[in-house]
Design a binder for this molecule. Sequence first.
Ligand code: HEM
Ligand code: HEM
Length: 190
Amino acid sequence: MKTAPENRTVRAYSRTARALHWITVALVAIQVPVGLTMAYRGNTLNVWDKLTGALYGGHKVIGATILIVVFWRLVYRLTRGAPPDEPTLEPWQKVASHANHWGLYLLLVATPVAGYVGISLFPALDIFGLVKLPGIVAPDKAAASAAFAVHMALAIGLVVLIAVHVAAALFHYFVRKDNMLGRMIPRLLR
Ligand code: HEM
Ligand code: HEM
């Protein structure tokens, strides 16, 4: 039986929360491959041409945008809350999903902050030779490598949590056949 429209607004995330979720998904889906490609071209192949420079510039702009969108989303989440949990969840599933979500938020903030600390230490604050970002710590080349190593470790952690998150969303929709995915895509509510 299809869910009545009034139930949808209670059970699904608000339009704003959904928009912020899917904007974050799109930005992260671009950011990770751009980060891997630019670091491979620069650090492994030692190719520092226009394309590598553009990828670094794009990575900094998208990374800063992710930080702003996630900050907005966190403020919205903490002030407006979330719809009540999908009612058929087992207690352990509630704990696991909340841990996954707060872990995602933590890494969505920590990863770009570590990247920003890295480019401040290096320093590599220039974007496309047009804009110079303000540095947040004093330059220190040795510390920059450590910050980039932390940045990469956090990005790997983020990708692992996203993989678990997406696998869970698909498991709920196709195997458990509950309304979890409908919370972020209301037309899929059953
Ligand atoms: C959620 C946001 C972000 C994600 C998921 C992300 C992901 C990545 C990944 C996967 C790499 C490649 C790691 C490697 O192979 O060394 C990378 C490298 C890098 N990221 Fe990010 N990044 C994010 C935000 C940022 C931000 C905000 C900045 C700076 C403003 C930044 C600056 C850099 C730099 C400079 C490198 C190259 C490090 C090196 O050459 O060793 N990133 N990032
Ligand atoms: C970059 C990838 C992603 C990130 C960073 C991400 C992040 C998040 C976060 C932080 C939440 C918690 C929302 C809150 O309560 O404030 C959430 C919820 C949710 N996400 Fe994602 N997400 C990603 C990709 C996806 C994808 C691809 C799907 C669908 C296949 C999806 C489906 C959902 C669903 C259904 C919820 C609601 C879960 C619930 O109410 O318990 N997400 N996501």
